[in-house]
Every structure is written in C-alpha cells, then in structure tokens.
Design a protein around this ligand. Structure first.
Ligand code: ADP
Ligand code: MG
Length: 358
C-alpha cells in the first residue's frame, strides 16, 4: 500500500507551476476530496488509497509511477464511462455539445465536470446524475444574479438542460483553482494573486448579496484563477442560500465557529480564512474569529498581503449588514491596502470588478 506521503511527494515532484491539475490525493475526509481505495484484481490487494477524478489525473499518476499503466487504464475506462455514451449522443444530437473527457477537480460529491466543445468554443460541463434539483438551483441563482447586473467575478451559467437521467450545466472553462495553487505554493501564494482572489470574491459576494443570496461555501477549491493568476472567479453556486436562512452545505472550518446563518458575515469570514490558508497558514491560526484575529495581531509586521486583507475583513465582518456597508467599509479599506502594496495601477484594474447595474 502506498503511503499518502509518497503520493503527495510524487505529485509535488512531478508537477511544476502548480498545475496539479487533476490527480488529487488528499487526506481522508479533507474538504478537497476523498480517499478512494484502489484494488488490484490480479494480486487481490489494495494498492493505494487516493482520489483520482480525471483523465489527466490518471495520466499524471502513471507518469509519476504511482499507478501502473494497466491500473491507470482501468481508471480511464471508469472515468469515461461515467456519462453513458447514449446520453452523450443525445446531448450532441439535441444540443450540439460534444462532451469530452472528465475535467479533473476535487470535492465533487454530486457532480462530474467535463470538457465540452461546441462550434469553436470549449466549455466546462457540470453534470448531475439523477439530481435535477441541484442543477436547477445553480441555474436559477445564476439567472437571478446575472440578469440585472454585471458581476464578472461570479461564475455564470451559459446553458442548462436535462438529458436522460443527467442534468447538465454549461459553464465557461476556467484555468486552475486557488486550491491547486495553494498546493503548489504551500508557503503562500504571491501578494498579487492574494489581492486578485480577495477583490474578485468580495465583488462576487456583493453581486450575490444584491439579490439576497449568500454563497456559503467560499474556500480555495471554489475559487478559480486565470492562467496568469491575474484574475479570479468564484464558482459553485450549489451551496448558495437565501440570506437569513440556515446554511445546509458548507465547509465549517472556514466559518470559524459562526452560527450557520446565511449572510455577509458568513461569506466575509470564509473569505478571510481562505486568504490566511492561501497565504501559507493552512492551520488557519485558530478556530474562532477572535483567535485568528489575535494570531494575526501577534504576527504584525511580517504579515503577507493576504493576511493583511484577512485581518481587515475580519475587523469589519461583524458590522457589515448591507452591500452599501460592504462597499463603504470593506471594499474601500481593501482597495487602500492593495494600492499601498501593489501600486495604483493594479488597484485601478482591480476596482473594476465591483458589480455594475445593467
Ligand atoms: N468552470 C469551471 N472550469 C474549470 N474548473 C471548474 C469550473 N467550475 C468548477 N471547477 C473546479 O471543479 C471543482 C468542482 O466544481 P464545483 O462547481 O465546486 O462542484 P461541487 O458542487 O461538486 O463542489 C471546483 O472545486 C473547481 O476546482
Ligand atoms: Mg465546490
């Protein structure tokens, strides 16, 4: 049986530039993915326990010597078979979308992601099996949020349909998640990337809150970065909850012990935790808002920009009750920190992310 450390080491060794892409090996029960047992039928032994979610993942695993070619091929077959070929044909005939190989990503309990082609475009297809309600929920949040305002940093559903027992969302294809980047840079992502993440997520939260929604599951895996890291988008509308209602789907760790009530405080706290994690503090510096704030104060003077932004957000989070508060307090202060650290030009580029009425 391969140890988890060896799998992770192999990944770190084999992957450059943070594109861990699609072979995901995580600690059991972690929010990013689950361990899966790989069984070798020939020797009747369990060989490894980790999650492989994609075509590229299986290829990477083979290249890293974690899996034999034969086992990797078994995975590929399994991955390809997830969306039945009859369903693929129907989608192609009726909608013109060609569903290609699985697009690796972690944390997908209910859905699978695929590369999708149509005409000259390439998209991301998020397919739910036997779960039309989840798909319709994401579609309706996207419609509500994007129809009256431009929110460029929140994922926008391009198309959605049901085919056979599958329900499919067509999304823009995005590059890599902040979780991928974090794994590649365990000591902390660059100040610039932290600023892009912070500003993009704040703007997306504002766009959602304008329509009465709380994202509820802000964390590195649900933030996608542009290939050059100059730009970020908040994804996964599946957890979105009406403001004031109980949050059912979330990653508790990031909410630092807050009661599970949807609202700006929840999303801001999760963003602050995310920024600490991305800045290299994966243990989150505490399990409550007060503890994290105290730890950050203790580190004053040597705080990377991501942590300065987190501290600023946590300092306001309790008193932000409307989008107007969010803009006047958090957004203004964040922009001040960004400008001080990265200069006026970057701040000007970033400020354009704020939602604008259509
Ligand atoms: N449009 C996209 N393009 C590329 N990768 C994506 C896209 N949307 C999500 N992902 C990646 O896939 C993962 C799973 O998608 P997500 O929408 O979060 O599904 P789930 O509801 O299963 O968490 C995300 O954590 C993210 O890393
Ligand atoms: Mg998700």
């Amino acid at each position: 049986m391969l140890s988890k450390t060896r799998v992770l080491d192999a990944l770190r060794h084999e992957t450059h530039d943070g594109d861990l892409g699609t072979l995901l090996a995580f600690v059991e029960g972690s929010e990013l993915g689950q361990w899966t047992t790989i069984h070798d039928n020939d020797s009747n032994k369990t060989i490894a326990s980790f999650a492989i979610c994609s075509h590229t993942g299986a290829m990477n695993a083979m290249a890293a010597g974690i899996l034999t070619k034969k086992l990797a091929m078994q995975f590929l077959t399994d991955i390809r078979a997830r969306l039945q070929s009859a369903t693929r044909r129907a989608i192609e005939n009726e909608k013109g979308y060609v569903i290609d190989v699985n697009l690796g990503s972690g944390g997908q309990a209910k859905s699978s992601l695929y590369y999708v082609f149509k005409d000259a475009g390439v998209y991301c297809g998020k397919a739910y099996a036997d779960d039309p309600v989840s798909m319709e929920h994401e579609r309706s949040v996207s419609l509500a949020v994007h129809s009256m305002q431009a929110v460029p940093t929140l994922i926008k559903v391009i198309d959605a349909f049901h085919s056979g027992s599958h329900s499919v969302l067509i999304l823009p294809l995005l590059a890599k998640s902040a979780a991928d980047l974090q794994m590649a840079r365990p000591n902390g992502i660059s100040c610039e990337a932290a600023a892009y993440v912070c500003v993009a997520v704040l703007a997306a939260v504002a766009g959602l809150a304008n329509e009465g929604w709380c994202h509820a599951d802000i964390k590195p895996a649900n933030i996608m970065l542009a290939g050059n890291e100059k730009g970020a988008v908040l994804v996964d509308l599946g957890s979105c909850t009406r403001v004031g209602e109980e949050i059912k789907e979330c990653t508790e760790l990031y909410a630092l012990g807050l009661p599970r009530v949807a609202g700006l405080q929840w999303d801001l706290t999760c963003l602050a935790s995310t920024l600490c994690v991305l800045s290299g503090f994966s243990q989150l510096l505490g399990s409550t808002v007060v503890q994290v704030q105290a730890s950050l104060v203790g580190l004053q003077g040597q705080l990377p920009l991501g942590c300065q932004l987190a501290m600023c957000i946590l300092g306001h989070s309790e008193n932000v009750n409307s989008v107007a508060d969010l803009q006047a307090r958090v957004w203004e202060d964040v922009m001040g920190l960004v400008q001080g650290s990265l200069g006026e030009e970057t701040a000007k580029r970033l400020v354009a992310a704020w939602p604008s009425p259509l």
